[in-house]
Design a protein around this ligand. Structure first.
Ligand code: FES
Length: 102
């Protein structure tokens, strides 16, 4: 595993998402009940930025066509999406969010 710094824990708002670029990869970071999750930021349907979507519970709704993904697993839940989004392992070290891109 190669852990890369993605953000500070406090940069990620509770119940919402931010977009970051790690080693050239666009990622979305989410904080759900204090736990950080990371997915690829681009929707598998037409590449909208999921971090600009709407987080509800443990799902994110794409801002373009309302496709919904389960954040912890990346599986498509509803809407026009059928391909899962990639999810990345996350580790917290002190106040820093580390993501494994491998
Ligand atoms: Fe995300 Fe179409 S781009 S649902």
């Amino acid at each position: 595993m190669v852990w890369c710094q993605a953000a500070k824990v406090d940069d990620v708002p509770e119940g919402d998402a931010i977009s970051v670029c790690v080693e050239g990869e666009p990622l979305a970071l989410y904080k759900l009940e204090g736990r950080i999750y990371a997915t690829h930021d681009l929707c598998t349907h037409a590449k909208a930025h999921l971090a600009e979507g709407f987080v509800s519970g443990d799902c994110v709704e794409c801002p373009l066509h309302e496709g919904v993904f389960h954040i912890p697993t990346g599986r498509p839940v509803s809407g026009p999406v059928s391909i899962p989004i990639r999810v990345y392992p996350v580790r917290i070290e002190e106040d820093t969010v580390l993501v494994d891109l491998t």
